[in-house]
Design a binder for this molecule. Structure first.
Ligand SMILES: CC(C)(COP(=O)(O)OP(=O)(O)OC[C@H]1O[C@@H](n2cnc3c(N)ncnc32)[C@H](O)[C@@H]1OP(=O)(O)O)[C@@H](O)C(=O)NCCC(=O)NCCS
Length: 154
């Protein structure tokens, strides 16, 4: 069971463990430096105070502390979902749970009509997470597998 919460000062070290070399292997980015972690938290705090809010970068907290981050961005009326967990928290259902919780935010609270996500073709675990959360694979583009899910609630 995970708890979703806003990021805050003091999360920087945990974020560096989350964005570790192993975790970013299939992402178009480098592991997180100390400086980047500071900027990341500042931006997340800034975004959380914006109205209307278009970027949700939320911490995933389990018994072992902050184990991951899920993001929901609103781009042209669609919700784009992504997530990342520190390696020692993989395989415990946390990403699947987080995806469901973020989709509930997108559909039930923000009333977005559609969710989108993507993953690297060599990262099948992420495709399984998306399928379990209700996403449909819609094809490959730009070197990534693309997925969509529509709000089924009127
Ligand atoms: C991809 C990632 C988010 C999966 O998170 P997770 O919490 O381990 O996923 P879950 O425990 O919810 O597992 C979802 C499914 O993937 C499977 N899975 C997990 N790790 C796997 C792996 N390394 N290889 C194959 N399948 C795997 C699980 O068995 C589960 O399937 P099942 O229900 O049929 O058993 C996590 O590995 C991660 O953060 N990776 C690095 C960052 C990343 O790739 N983010 C996604 C970018 S698109």
């Amino acid at each position: 069971m995970i708890r979703l919460r806003e990021l805050r000062a003091g999360d920087e070290q945990a974020l560096q463990q989350i964005y570790s070399p192993e975790s970013v292997r299939y992402l178009a980015r480098n592991p997180m430096s100390e400086d980047e972690a500071k900027t990341y938290v500042s931006r997340a705090v800034l975004n959380s105070g914006q109205s209307p809010r278009t970027h949700f970068t939320v911490g995933l907290e389990a018994a072992g502390g902050l184990v991951g981050v899920a993001k929901l961005g609103i781009v042209q009326g669609a919700g784009t979902l992504s997530y990342i967990l520190r390696p020692n928290a993989w395989g415990q259902g946390y990403a699947t749970e987080a995806a469901g919780r973020v989709l509930a935010l997108a559909f039930d609270v923000l009333r977005l009509p559609i969710g989108r996500a993507k993953h690297h073709p060599d990262n099948p675990a992420s495709g399984l997470v998306l399928a379990k959360a209700g996403f449909t694979h819609i094809g490959a583009e730009g070197g990534f597998e693309r997925y969509e899910v529509r709000s089924f609630r009127p």
